[in-house]
Design a protein around this ligand. Structure first.
Ligand SMILES: [Zn+2]
Length: 440
């Protein structure tokens, strides 16, 4: 058992002073407030936050960071560059790159990640000998990097959607696609949870999955997390409306996919009826502000979704930036720009999205909070850096960056100490992986 004392810690009822807690068998115990440090306790500094969840990630997109800006373009031209990168990966390279990216996430303060995984097969679109070789590479990478993983395996069947119907797969997309929804379900059925891994399911999008496959995906997911890219771009809405006469949200609702197990990723371009449908079914909405601004997606209706009943979460998505504080602030700051008002969310709302709501959306309902019996994941943020000096403890997340993370503990194990990841420098790991990929 380990025992800690924190000058400030975020508990479920807010930021508290002089907090003591124990960790035994990977869980919190004896969380107490307003007590003096005891003999033998490790004294933490700064502000201790609950574990922070990265609700939506594609690790390999990290290879595009800082390399796609000179060309201008749109989401769709960026996607061509992403496909070119995807074409180079194999299980060994995927392991090296994902290990480095997961280490970057852990060092930035993420304790759990939802990896939305669609790069399944070999360069010719054929299954590997182990049909989950790429998924298993991600599981191994997360384990080595010390981050809790939900592997969200995405069904991807067709090459897109136009007003007249679905498009054939292009050559790169054959790596993403299973032969049909039954083959996808059989492959996902071979993946297993373990103590730090949950398996989830995804509909890549209504662009990549015809409506007739949705029921089978819903059945296969059962009570597991079910994620879907939803209305990130107006073109998706236009094609879905033209072909099905429904919005993407309505199409998912028709097939019973909305509900508390489900997370709609982006949820940027929604109608009033879409917001009502997502909120009334308590479907989570995962915002990815650093990606949505990078890809010129637009600003989604975060406050309206929350008011309608949707829990909000956030994710780093295409890794333009890996910094939980930047995402958390991004949700609020984009709302400010769009509304002309400050404080659209309270500090407590933002911490809740980052922690407990994110964990629940990834299938860890007993994580993301510092409370007796919860998973012992936490993050210590320094309050004495050039960025954080002078901030109030309950508002430190508005000023901190990933560089201010001092300690990260996952399941009671120290993954980051004194700002250093246990594997060494994530930058060094990234440089080696990107060098192998030929993009360094
Ligand atoms: Zn995504």
């Amino acid at each position: 058992m380990s025992s800690y004392w924190a000058p400030y810690a975020w508990l479920p009822h807010g930021c508290q002073a002089s907090v003591s807690f124990d960790v035994a068998q990977g869980r919190f115990a004896h969380v107490r407030v307003g007590v003096e440090p005891g003999a033998g306790q490790e004294i933490l500094s700064g502000v201790t936050l609950p574990g922070l969840a990265n609700g939506h990630s594609h690790t390999f997109h990290r290879g595009l960071r800082g390399r796609t800006h000179a060309e201008g373009g749109t989401f769709w031209t960026w996607r061509e560059q992403m496909y070119a990168l995807a074409a180079h990966l194999d299980p060994d390279l995927y392991l090296a790159l994902a290990r480095a990216v997961f280490a970057e996430m852990a060092q930035a303060g993420y304790t759990a990640v939802g990896e939305f995984h669609y790069l399944h097969h070999d360069q010719g679109g054929r299954p590997y000998v182990d049909p989950n070789a790429m998924g298993h590479a991600l599981i191994q990478a997360a384990s080595e990097a010390g981050i809790r993983l939900t592997l969200i395996d995405a069904c991807y069947l067709v090459g897109g959607l136009s007003a007249t119907g679905h498009l054939p797969l292009d050559p790169v997309q054959t790596r993403f696609a299973d032969a049909d929804v039954d083959h996808w379900a059989a492959r996902v059925g071979q993946l297993e949870d373990d103590h730090q891994v949950r398996i989830g399911c995804a509909v890549h999008s209504v662009r990549a999955v015809p409506a007739k496959a949705l029921n089978k995906i819903s059945e296969t997911a059962g009570e597991r997390p079910l994620h879907v890219h939803l209305s990130e771009q107006p073109a998706e809405n236009a094609a879905t409306q033209a072909y099905y006469g429904r919005t993407p949200t309505e199409l998912l609702d028709d097939h019973g996919l909305l509900g508390s197990r489900t997370t709609a990723v982006h949820a940027t371009h929604l109608t009033d009826a879409d917001i009502k449908a997502l909120g009334s079914t308590q479907t989570s909405a995962c915002f990815c502000p650093t990606t949505e601004r990078d890809l010129a997606d637009g600003i989604g209706p975060a406050r309206r979704l929350a008011d309608a009943g949707s829990p909000l979460t956030f994710g780093s998505d295409q890794q333009a930036m890996i910094d939980p504080f930047e995402e958390l602030r991004g949700v609020e700051m984009h709302e400010r720009l769009a509304s002309g008002e400050r404080g659209r969310f309270t500090p407590g709302d933002l911490i809740m999205m980052a922690s407990e709501a994110g964990y629940r959306s990834l299938g860890w309902p007993d994580g993301g909070r510092i409370a007796d019996g919860a998973l012992a994941d936490f993050v210590v943020v320094r309050s004495d850096t050039v960025r954080t000096t002078g901030t109030r403890p309950d508002q430190i997340a508005y000023a901190a960056t990933a560089a201010d993370v001092d300690q990260v503990v996952v399941a009671g194990e120290a993954v980051v100490r004194d700002g250093q990841h246990r594997l060494g420098s994530p930058a060094r790991l990234l440089a080696a992986a990107l060098d192998q990929l030929g993009t360094a």
